[in-house]
Design a protein around this ligand. Structure first.
Ligand SMILES: C[S@@+](CC[C@H](N)C(=O)[O-])C[C@H]1O[C@@H](n2cnc3c(N)ncnc32)[C@H](O)[C@@H]1O
Length: 208
């Protein structure tokens, strides 16, 4: 996983372009309403989305790719980027008021997804809030490649993707209080000038 992402950042640079996700503005509004001060961003990439949050909040990004971290420190010099895997974050780590996690969750098997959510929620203060996005089962890539688990496909060599329906997404977060889910379409303009519209889902909730 680390090599896959690092090679992509080396070869493609700012892979998803300069525009942040529209979901980060939604998350920012919800974080402000909830008096959030500190945010953890797992899988922060090159800081495309952290940059929107770091003008109002104290943001730490955890990112597995050292190449992405180099780009991120140039792109968003207010956030603190930590090199490492979200799976290796200690449960004694500092606690955050909120988590924003964009398109990381669907990259793993079921056991890993459950571990990812558990690890992230452990990093929250009591009543801390989370906002995750992931691939939807309505995305055009659904069904491509070998199905290695239910609704999880190896849709590019060495890269998994799980495609969530709404009930499945809610079920993944059943240990917390789910407040809202929804669907969103995102158009990406890749650094090689190709365009693609992705169908995503988001989930917003609170640590019990
Ligand atoms: C689909 S990209 C999304 C990047 C970023 N959230 C964005 O939208 O610009 C997934 C990101 O997660 C990172 N990543 C993958 N596995 C990780 C892990 N175990 N811990 C931390 N980051 C990881 C990848 O290097 C990549 O930057």
């Amino acid at each position: 996983m680390k090599d896959y992402w690092n090679d992509r950042f080396i070869n493609e640079g700012y892979i998803w372009g300069e525009q942040p996700s529209k979901t980060v503005y939604d998350a920012k509004r919800l974080f402000a309403l909830n008096d959030v001060k500190t945010i953890l961003v797992p899988g922060a990439g090159y800081g495309r989305n952290t940059k929107i949050l770091s003008d109002a909040f104290q943001v730490d990004g955890i990112e597995i790719s050292p190449e992405a971290i180099l780009l991120a420190r140039q792109w968003d010099n207010r956030s603190c980027f930590i090199e490492g895997s979200i799976f290796e974050v200690s449960s004694n780590n500092k606690r955050y008021d909120a988590i924003y996690c964009y398109d990381l969750l669907h990259l793993f098997t079921k056991a890993e997804r459950i571990k990812l959510i558990k690890t992230c929620i452990q990093q929250l203060e009591t009543s801390g809030i989370y906002y995750f996005t992931c691939f939807s089962n309505k995305d055009e890539s659904y069904g491509k490649g070998n199905e290695i688990e239910e609704n999880t496909f190896e849709y590019k060599k060495g890269k998994l993707s799980h495609f969530f329906d709404e009930d499945d997404l809610i079920d993944h977060f059943k240990e917390s209080e789910v407040i809202e889910t929804g669907e969103v379409e995102e158009k990406f303009e890749y650094s090689n000038n190709e365009n693609r519209i992705y169908k995503l889902r988001y989930i917003y909730g609170m640590k019990n």
